[in-house]
Structures are given as structure tokens and as C-alpha cells.
Design a protein around this ligand. Sequence first.
Ligand SMILES: CC(C)(COP(=O)(O)OP(=O)(O)OC[C@H]1O[C@@H](n2cnc3c(N)ncnc32)[C@H](O)[C@@H]1OP(=O)(O)O)[C@@H](O)C(=O)NCCC(=O)NCCS
Length: 210
Amino acid sequence: MTQDVIVLGSSGHAKVCIELLRAGGSSVAFCIGAPESGDTCLGVPVLHGDEHLKGLRSRGYERVFVAIGANKLRQRLAAFATDLGFHLVNAISPQAAISPTARLGSGVAIMAGAVINADCTIGDLAIINTLASVDHDGRIGNAAHVAPHCGLAGNVTVGERSFLGIGSKVIPEITIGADVTAAAGSVIVTDIEPHTRIAGVPAKTMHKRT
Ligand SMILES: CC(C)(COP(=O)(O)OP(=O)(O)OC[C@H]1O[C@@H](n2cnc3c(N)ncnc32)[C@H](O)[C@@H]1OP(=O)(O)O)[C@@H](O)C(=O)NCCC(=O)NCCS
């Protein structure tokens, strides 16, 4: 068995996650990219196609990180990898401030400057991106993504696979359902139903372009 990590993804998000893994003392052996991806990502060789995962597992690799920004796809690929017997590792910046009473799932990415305060729960495969903050008692669902510079006040719940776009703000005690997309700069002052797309200040349901 080897402790080296396999990273699923080879995009810009993967670059950030590779650097977080390295900062945490891990080596990244291979990335798995799409057929059209380049051959290396930050010096890591890229294998093209998810089918390579099975072979890597039989070669003794057992640690994987899913560095895919799209929430549903991240969750689907993580299930594929764990079904093959991989363990999901976390990629956490040494420059993140994480309360000792926060609970983190597996496969989580926490970028530089993120703040996670007392008694928060961060679900499996969640991303807390650069300079985002989740205040006390926050609950971030599995595979949710809190983009850079978001600010969540105390007691905010974010549902599974929901995405808060860059710079979004959420007032205290708000519950955001699953599979919500909040556009960049949304200010969320009411609870949000699942599967809703919202934008604006205060955030309202987005209307599709005709
Ligand atoms: C909401 C978003 C996902 C785009 O969705 P989309 O379906 O492609 O939306 P469109 O670009 O077709 O825009 C639809 C309408 O919403 C408006 N809109 C788009 N983004 C908006 C925003 N952030 N705030 C307010 N209105 C916005 C558009 O102006 C458009 O309005 P119109 O119909 O009056 O012209 C995108 O604009 C966004 O905010 N992405 C966030 C990206 C991000 O934070 N990434 C972080 C990666 S780490």
C-alpha cells in the first residue's frame, strides 16, 4: 500500500487542492483528468479517464481526493472511488482557522483564509473556499460549495450539493435547502427552498432568460 494520494480532476480547482494536500504533507501520485486534459497538472502526471482508478487501486493506492468543482459530479465520482475501496482524504490549508469544536467530514477542501467557527459541521466533500467564513453552529451539507469570500453568520444551514457563489452573505439562522444555486454576491435573508436559483440583494428567485 502507498500513502500517496490520487486526485480526481486536473483543472484550476485541482491545482489549489494539490497544493493543499502537499502543504499537509501528502504526495500526489497521479491526477485523473478528462480525455482533453493536459498531461501534467502542477507537475503531477495526468491519466485520462476514470477507468484508471480501478488499476491504481490494485497497484496499492488507497487514498483519493476528488478535486471537481461541480457538486453533483464530485459526489458521484467520490461514490465511484469509495466503491472501489478508496478512502477520501481531506485537503485543508494550514492557513485556515478551524475551531477545535468543528466537525469535518471526509473529502473536504478548506482553502487558505477560511474560518470555521465553534460547533460547525462540515459535510463530506464540502468545499469552503478561499477567505470564506462559516460562523458558529453552521451546518454545511455534503458536497456543498461555499465559494471564495462568502460570509455565513451563526446558525446557518446549507443543504446538500448547494452552491453559494463568490461573495454571497447569509444572515443568522437561515436554512438553505439542497441543490440551491446562489449567484455571486447574493445576500440571503430568508430561508431558501431546495432546487432554487437565487440572486441579488436581497436574494430572490432568478428568472431564466427567454
Ligand atoms: C448565477 C450564475 C451561476 C449564472 O447563471 P446563468 O444561468 O448562466 O445565468 P445568466 O448568465 O444567463 O443570467 C441570467 C440572469 O441573471 C443575472 N445574473 C447573473 N448572475 C447574477 C448575479 N451574480 N447577481 C445578479 N444577477 C445575476 C443576469 O444578468 C441575467 O439577467 P437578465 O436575464 O436580466 O439579463 C452566475 O452568474 C454566477 O453568479 N456564478 C457564480 C460563480 C462563482 O461564484 N464561482 C466561484 C467559483 S470558485
